[in-house]
Design a protein around this ligand. Structure first.
Ligand code: A2R
Ligand code: GDD
Length: 317
């Protein structure tokens, strides 16, 4: 089976490759841009056929998909950081929506019909009211960032291409996920790296934070890639599924957990630059639709995930 992973050089892409290495008879193709950093996949490089492609370029995407003719696509490539979507809204919309469109158009014009998982996001739900949690797939979408809007765009394009052309797309609405190799700008990884930098004496003992009141539903990335696989094995094309743990922590609770895992004394300081023009107050998901359809269960406790992130940063020089 030929599998194409867009975003293979990213956080989830690298874990997807590790997960797929446990399967038989899979040949993994992964997208890279000419300047992509390969740090996340250097240890896996012998197991991937790297394909140069920029998803914003329709010719590049068409030629790459024609070359690979994948049986399955995990579409993970994106501008994935919410704050950057305010600084670079056009790039975010272009990469996420037009990049996704280019993939569907290439698949359609080549008259192939791979199973496609598309990484949509809980950020699509955006403004969620207290009576609406835990969030079901039927909840209204009220995105609060250009990133959230771009993911609604991907989600709706996927639905439309399924309805219009029967493209076999399964929409996974991933809630927050984290683990080793998480980009250092994202909250758990960022706090963990600051703590480790303080432990190593590289930084004064002050941890900078943004909005600690937001609540998020975290899943370990290793459970997440298992869910993405099951979405294609057992999920229904055209459907959208929440992938989440069903438990929410405030960011303050996460900070306290991480601090409790270090012996170093650390002061907490709010950094106004880390506050967003609008922040989604709570994302707590209902995963019952996906569990019922696929039998998926998250298996890794959040405390272990946080310890693994700290250890990951402690191992970096
Ligand atoms: O930045 P690069 O060259 O290493 O590649 C990133 C890739 N990417 C692109 N690939 C091709 N053409 C583009 N124009 C393009 N722009 C970005 O997407 C990288 O391999 C990946 C993003 O990795 P991360 O930022 O680590 O995201 P993560 O956490 O793996 O997110 C996976 C998916 C995304 O769709 C998120 O929006 C969703 O899960 O939450
Ligand atoms: N990054 C960051 N840094 N976030 C902070 C900080 C900080 O210093 N302090 C508090 N936060 C809060 C943010 O305001 C937000 O409410 C929460 O922590 C999580 O922020 P991120 O880790 O940056 O993730 P995100 O929720 O914006 O987006 C992630 O999850 C989405 C799924 O819900 C990304 O992985 C997206 O790509 C993904 O779609």
């Amino acid at each position: 089976m030929k599998i194409l992973i867009t975003g293979v050089t990213g956080f989830v892409g690298s874990h997807m490759v590790e997960y797929l290495l446990g399967k038989e008879d899979v040949k993994i193709h992964g997208l890279r841009r000419w300047r992509s950093r390969l740090d996340n996949i250097n240890h896996l490089i012998d197991n991937i056929v790297l394909e140069e492609c920029d998803i914003r370029d329709a010719t590049s995407v068409y030629n790459m998909i024609k070359r690979v003719k994948p049986d399955r696509i995990f579409h993970l490539a994106a501008q994935s950081f919410v704050p950057t979507s305010w600084h670079a809204p056009e790039e975010t919309i272009s990469t996420n929506m037009i990049g996704n469109l280019n993939i569907y158009e290439a698949v359609r014009n080549l008259e192939i019909n791979p199973l496609i998982q598309v990484a949509c996001s809980s950020e699509e739900y955006g403004m969620v009211y207290p009576a609406e949690v835990p969030i079901k797939e039927t909840n209204p979408l009220r995105p609060l960032s250009p990133y959230g809007v771009s993911k609604v765009g991907q989600d709706m394009l996927s639905y439309q291409y399924y309805m219009s052309y029967k493209l076999n797309v399964v929409r996974t609405r991933g809630f927050n996920h984290t683990g080793p190799r998480r980009g250092e700008v994202f909250v758990c990884s960022n706090f963990a790296k600051q703590i480790v930098d303080i432990e190593k004496g590289k930084k004064t003992p002050i941890i900078k934070v943004g909005n600690l009141e937001a609540k998020r539903d975290f899943t370990d990335v290793r459970d997440m890639v298992n869910a993405y696989w099951l979405a294609l094995e057992k999920g229904l094309p055209g459907e959208a599924y929440n992938i989440c743990s069903g438990k929410a922590y405030s960011i303050r609770e996460i900070l306290d957990l991480l601090l409790s895992m270090s012996k170093t004394r650390i002061t907490v300081e709010e950094d106004p630059a880390r506050l967003r023009p609008s922040d989604v107050p709570i994302l707590l998901g209902d995963n019952s639709k996906f569990r019922k359809q696929t039998g998926w269960e998250p298996t890794i406790p959040f405390e272990k995930t946080l310890r693994d992130i700290l250890d990951y940063w402690r191992d970096q020089t």
